[in-house]
Design a protein around this ligand. Structure first.
Ligand code: KG4
Ligand code: ZN
Length: 372
């Protein structure tokens, strides 16, 4: 089966083709057109500008993805289409949804609406373009504890099976990636902040400035990052320098990163023990952070738990993760309709599948509740 995935929830216009055949997953193409340069001048994403760029780019990105996957005839070459339905920026999401829905109507293909965070989880099932991921039951074991860390979300999600999720912890205010972006702005390191902080931190001393690891002592699995960001703001004020030296900037970046990662790793390990999980999976844009990858790997290796982190090319937003999440949701449905209602919303499918496909996220995140 070949699945076309489309992702436009934020500032990346992404289209991919993934094939699942004979117990193997293979990404045939994975095209991502980033708008990062355009938004950098504004220090963050401007939603209407992002949507306008998606409109400009989507057709070209779509054609490139088909070409790279060597699909000449859409009707014969694609069996299922999947699109991010939320959470994300409304105007941006609408572009991808409208485009994909039109395709599904034109070619009479089944269409899956995919939760963006579920997509991030499934980035762990992807190998580089052309390589294969073997779908043997031994490759991963449920229950899987997912730490999803992105620009908009920080969540610990327990996955008992494909399509069965329970959110056990989440951020109460800023997401981890958002904190990286905001602290980078305070340090004048530019946008996006995550990669800039992690680069600056390489040369810094993580113990130079004592910063709080927020909520590390609370008994639940929630996170909070606005206090840490404010602590950096006060630190800069107290240091009372016009512009911090590069040594000072590196030390502040390393100290911030240390505090931000401590709580993520600590709570993930604690939750893994409490819920006796068999695997721990990391995902989301912040999972590109090399220090986080190293620390998670080291700590999880001390447990008798499998560990997975996405290949670097799938840490940020991409459509291959949406395609493969759409595939698993589709296979999970009791009675998949043969054409276009946007599956994975309340529309057009059986009650049984609705329970499976509709995750706890819908009740937690209102913006995931887009129904078209
Ligand atoms: O998953 P993603 O691409 O988009 C959302 O769904 O939000 O995540 C983007 C976030 C941004 O906040 C970015 O600064 C952060 O991921 N990020 C990083 C790194 N690379 C990207 N954060 C820390 N270290 C990195 N190396
Ligand atoms: Zn994302």
């Amino acid at each position: 089966m070949k699945i076309l995935g489309i992702e436009t929830s934020c500032d990346e216009t992404a289209v991919a083709v993934v094939e699942v055949k004979g117990g193997e997953i293979r990404v045939l193409s994975n095209i991502v057109s980033s708008q990062v340069k355009l938004h950098a001048k504004f220090g963050g994403i401007v939603p209407n500008l992002a949507a306008r760029e998606h409109v400009k780019n989507i057709e070209h990105v779509f054609k490139l993805a088909l070409k790279e996957a060597e699909i000449k005839d859409f009707n014969k070459g694609v069996d299922l289409v999947a699109v991010t339905r939320g959470p994300g920026l409304g105007p941006s999401l609408l572009v991808g949804i409208a485009f994909t829905r039109t395709l599904a109507w034109k070619y009479d293909k089944p269409l899956m609406g995919v939760n963006h965070l579920e997509g991030h989880i499934y980035s762990n099932w992807l190998k580089p373009v052309g390589a294969t991921y073997n779908l043997q039951p031994t490759t991963y074991n449920f229950p899987i504890l997912n730490l999803i860390v992105s620009g908009g979300h920080t969540e610990l999600v327990l996955m008992e099976d494909h399509g069965k999720y329970k959110v056990i912890g989440e951020t109460l205010d800023d997401a981890a990636g958002e904190a990286f972006d905001k602290v980078a702005r305070l340090l004048e390191l530019g946008y996006p902040g995550g990669p800039a902080i992690s680069k600056a931190a390489e040369k810094g001393n993580p113990n130079a400035y004592p910063l709080p690891s927020p909520m590390i002592r609370t008994k639940n699995y929630n996170f909070s990052y606005s206090g840490l960001k404010t602590a950096v703001l006060y630190l800069l004020r107290d240091l009372n320098v016009r512009k911090p030296s590069s040594k000072m900037t590196a030390d502040i970046a390393a100290s911030f990163q240390n505090a931000a990662l401590d709580v993520l790793v600590y709570k993930t390990v604690k939750a893994a023990q409490e819920y006796s999980v068999k695997s721990i999976f990391l995902s989301g844009g912040v999972s590109a952070n090399s220090e986080l990858r190293k620390r998670m790997e080291t700590e999880v290796n001390k447990l008798k738990t499998r560990y997975s982190q996405p290949q670097l090319e799938y840490t940020g937003d991409n459509a291959a993760m949406i395609a493969i999440a759409g595939y698993f949701n589709y296979m999970n449905m009791k009675k998949p309709p043969s054409h276009p209602p946007l599956l994975g919303t309340s529309e057009g499918h059986s009650k049984a599948s609705e329970v499976k496909v509709k995750t706890d996220w819908q009740s937690v995140k209102m913006d995931a509740n887009l129904s078209f």
